[in-house]
Design a protein. Structure first.
Length: 274
């Protein structure tokens, strides 16, 4: 991936800001590894997940979500949970600052970034094995990077460990699947041309509903193009690659999206599907 000089300057400036305002004594880890005692649902399915959280959309100074809609960028899950607590005027807290620093490392020092990421993936695989589990990894926890194009060596090294790779994406074509990444298309609102393409090719499609926490999701999603698709509960666990093909992965609105107005062609869909 090549970046303009202006983008590199901006990324460097934001990294410096993050380092200055949120200094840490510990080295920057790239992967966030689940604790098998906490991620019980995943452990019951035989997996230990790890996620790479980068700074979404343009938060790092470079756009890591080139297909984001205005609504999804505004309501990104990046700020759900601890990621959204006590944000400063720049939209940062310690968690967001770490995401900016990881993104900057990826952009400015790609070789060092790739080497560290591969080392952490291998360590994760050993940890999973110690627990009698299989590793699984989401590289786009809060980004939409085309890893198969920008860091194919990371994809190859990850698959070599036996880890499952899976991601949500808004990329209009499922080309990353050929590289061994399990894909779930993430509906950003609109007419849904890409969503239809993915579903008709047997992929899943994630849709955010205004369903409150704990309440049941609708049984079906009535897509903008007129077809209806069965909805499964995507909040039960995150291991999308264990889901059936061609279904809607229903997600309840969280973080800044909680309470957002649902609309027919919006990022948040109504739980009253008629
Ligand atoms: S594409 Fe995904 S990660 Fe990027 S801004 Fe939208 S919801 Fe967030």
């Amino acid at each position: 991936m090549t970046y303009t000089a202006a983008t590199l300057r901006e990324v460097t400036a934001r990294r410096r800001f993050a380092e200055t305002h949120y200094p840490t004594r510990t080295p920057l880890d790239l992967l966030t590894v689940s604790n098998p005692k906490v991620a019980k649902g995943a452990a019951e399915l035989g997996y230990l997940p790890a996620v790479l959280h980068l700074a979404p959309h343009t938060l790092s100074g470079a756009n890591l979500c080139p297909w984001a809609s205005r609504e999804c960028a505004a309501g990104c899950l990046n700020t759900s949970g601890r990621g959204g607590i006590a944000l400063d005027a720049s939209g940062l807290n310690a968690i967001q600052a770490a995401r900016v620093r990881r993104s900057a490392m990826m952009i400015i020092e790609p070789d060092a970034f790739a080497a560290q990421l591969v080392a952490e993936v291998q360590r994760h695989a050993r940890t999973a094995a110690r627990h009698g589990l299989r590793p699984c990894i989401r590289l786009n926890g809060t980004s939409d990077v085309a890893w198969h194009r920008t860091f194919p060596q990371v994809i190859a090294a990850t698959l070599e460990t036996g880890a499952r790779l899976y991601d949500y994406t808004k990329r209009p074509v499922p080309d990353a699947a050929a590289a061994g990444i399990d894909l779930t298309y993430s509906y950003p609102g609109g007419e849904g041309k890409a969503a239809r393409r993915y579903l008709e090719s047997g992929y899943r499609c994630a849709v955010v509903f205004d369903t409150p926490r704990g309440a049941p999701l609708p049984d079906e999603w009535h897509a903008p193009w007129g077809n209806a698709y069965p909805v499964i509960d995507g909040d039960a666990h995150d291991l999308r690659f264990t889901d059936p093909a061609g279904v809607i992965v229903g997600l309840r609105a969280k973080g800044r999206l909680r309470g957002a107005l649902a609309s027919r062609f919006g990022f948040v869909q109504s739980s009253l599907q008629v």
